[in-house]
Ligand binder design. Structure first.
Ligand code: NAD
Length: 333
């Protein structure tokens, strides 16, 4: 077999596996392999596609976000796609990201908004004249699921914005998550009732939010942190991400703690170390940190590729959790 034929075979095997894992993770909210294993296979596929560009197809999991939305919930189109984030798993990969940003912008100094990478699921909240009218999941990035009935039950989701200069239409994006304590309590309750327990807080949050009956979401300990905006009409926002977060907070939205503006690679590395040390003490799970170019004009210049913006990177923490329930399943790779 030629090297290309061998690569083609491996690429097909990887795509099939990753698509199966995506289905279990995104559609059923029930992963069958640890994230570290998934990330390893995805990286292998990305490397093979980089080496053999003729093997890239538009529906490869490397080119797509999430998975098909559940039809039963109703569809919401995202006029501005909800993308994923590129990952860095080492200092070297973080340095590569920073170098590419500098080269593309043709500058030496870059400021990043540094934030915890919250381990939940992305949602879009639509406010019309300051009133929450719609909540949606990310879905496949273009079409999400309508979960308005469920987001309304989350105590930290603002139903009305407060303050002045609120755009007539404001789409806020954030992460719905389940705090560690609530997750443990929920699993204890399920265990006592002989019901299925959840693998981790991320999947418990997603499984709770993607329910038809809002009473289920209402009974689950869900919370939100808002970390960005999508569509905005008739209103202006500041020109820096960090200032937008401050504005969202003024309007009564719950923004993530530990957000800082850091300078260059050294600033990113220092922030990463600090958050890594605090990780276990936080009341919610984080699986890394996110660095986002702070200035919107620079973001605009950088743009995005298939499934992620060029102006942000998720610098992942070393794998911590393994899926204890599935450790004895042999992974067929
Ligand atoms: P991702 O989770 O790596 O990054 C993008 C997401 O980060 C966003 O959509 C948003 O929800 C979230 N996020 C958290 N904090 C944020 C912040 N401060 N700012 C912006 N976004 C923030 O990407 P993904 O596409 O959602 O999922 C891919 C990851 O999911 C994989 O790397 C893997 O870890 C996991 N996964 C696991 C399996 C499995 O079978 N175990 C399957 C699919 C995906």
């Amino acid at each position: 077999m030629t090297a290309t034929a061998q690569a083609r075979e491996r690429v097909e095997t990887l795509r099939k596996l990753i698509n199966d894992y995506n289905y279990n993770y995104y559609v059923l909210d029930s992963p069958v392999v640890p994230d570290s294993e998934y990330d390893r296979l995805m990286r292998e596929l990305q490397n093979l596609e980089a080496q053999y560009p003729e093997l890239v197809v538009p529906d490869s999991p490397t080119q797509r976000v999430g998975a098909e939305p559940l039809k039963a919930l109703g569809e919401v189109k995202h006029e501005i796609p909800m993308l994923s984030l590129n990952n860095a798993f080492s200092e070297e990969e973080l340095a590569d990201f920073h170098r590419r940003v500098k080269e593309r912008l043709g500058i030496e100094q870059v400021e990043y908004a540094a934030e915890p990478k919250l381990d939940g699921l992305a949602v879009s909240l639509l406010y019309q004249e300051g009133i929450l009218v719609q909540g949606a999941t990310r879905g496949d990035g273009v079409t999400g699921e309508d979960v308005t009935h469920n987001v309304r039950t989350i105590p930290t989701v603002s139903l009305h914005l407060r303050g002045d200069k609120i755009p007539s239409l404001l789409e806020v994006r954030g992460e719905v998550y389940m705090p560690k304590e609530g997750f443990e309590r929920l699993n204890r309750e399920h265990l006592a009732k002989g019901e299925k327990t959840f693998v981790n807080p991320r999947n418990a949050a997603a499984g709770s939010l993607r329910q038809l009956d809002p009473r289920i979401a209402a009974s689950r300990p869900l919370a939100i942190f808002c970390y960005g905006v999508g569509k905005v009409e008739q209103g202006t926002l500041p020109q820096r991400h960090s200032e937008v977060l401050a504005r969202l907070k003024q309007w009564g939205l719950r923004t993530p703690p530990h957000v800082e503006v850091v300078a260059g690679l050294a600033g990113c590395q220092e922030y990463y170390q600090r958050l890594l040390e605090r990780r276990d003490g936080l009341p919610y799970e984080i699986d890394g940190v996110v660095f986002k170019v702070d200035r919107f004009d620079q973001r605009q210049a950088l743009g995005f590729v298939a499934r992620a913006p060029r102006w942000a990177i998720a610098y992942k923490f070393p794998a911590q959790e393994e899926l204890t329930q599935i450790l004895d399943i042999e992974v067929q790779v």
